[in-house]
Design a protein around this ligand. Sequence first.
Ligand code: NDP
Length: 312
Amino acid sequence: MAQHHKLIILGSGPAGSTAAIYAARSNIAPVVFEGMQPGGQLTITTEVENFPGFPDGVMGPEIVDIFKRQAEKFCAKYIFDEAIGADLSKRPFKLQMHEAEYTCDALIIATGAVARWLGIPSESKYRGHGVSACATCDAFFFRDKKVTVVGGGDTAMEEATFLTKFATKVTIIHRRGELRASKIMQEKAFKNPKIEFAYFSLVHEIIGEMNPPHITGVILKDVRDNSLRTLEVDGVFMGIGHVPNSHIFKGQLEMDENGYIITEGKTTKTTVPGVFACGDVQDHLYRQAISAAGTGCMAALDAERFLSSEGL
Ligand code: NDP
């Protein structure tokens, strides 16, 4: 027999936990399914220096824990499990977790997104020690250093442009001779004297030292003749896209071509009444902890209004 809750929140990053704090304070008694990486992308960030309220910075995992404690203080219940299936065709909505089946009257999807990584061993070895997928989070650590950004889309252009505020030189590594990014973003990058391009190039390996861990460069492979060359850099940023964690809702909620859930106007309403989406699963533009938290608050308010309007 499935367990029923008025409101289920999927995801425990800044969006999910903010939704939980607001919903719990409205006496909705939300149940939060933390997902397999509780806290989401913040837990793989080192120091967070741009979240208001922490003038001395805060470590990613610590702020996640603070969010959770604040929500639990108001009796939000956190469960370590993730949704592996969903039926949103009728209410109550059905959710299949690894451990059990649940139903709910309202659902907040705050499942986030994951950065796309290259998948080479040296990338994971130096992650957090020179290898990053978030320039906004980590650019500051590369003041007066040389860095590289992998990718040829808008994310790569944006990350590279942002990095030039700190780094002395930013090399964009792209696997083709033509960028995928929008013309306007390309132009901006072309005009920036600190940005250089390494076309027809793949990152073959990231090289560095372990004591203390830091990187010294990347070995690039030219896709035209397979030749290898070393580019000396202090940081590597992945800008090869993000993947929203929305696959279990495919065909049930309207999404854009990249799988981001579409929300209505300035609300968090999805195409199914009673289902709300917040945070990175519906936002490929801002992708910040603080903007995710803001939409988490909106989702809780939207859910609360929905439940009241349904007499629940
Ligand atoms: P995209 O999918 O647009 O671009 C990804 C880039 O990474 C492509 O150039 C791709 O190469 C390259 N790439 C992918 N996988 C690999 C790999 N394994 N090795 C090497 N290179 C790889 O993703 P974005 O995140 O850039 O953009 C996603 C969406 O978000 C787009 O719609 C974009 O317009 C939007 N966006 C808008 C922004 C804005 O308006 N300010 C900012 C950021 C994103 P190839 O071209 O060869 O496929």
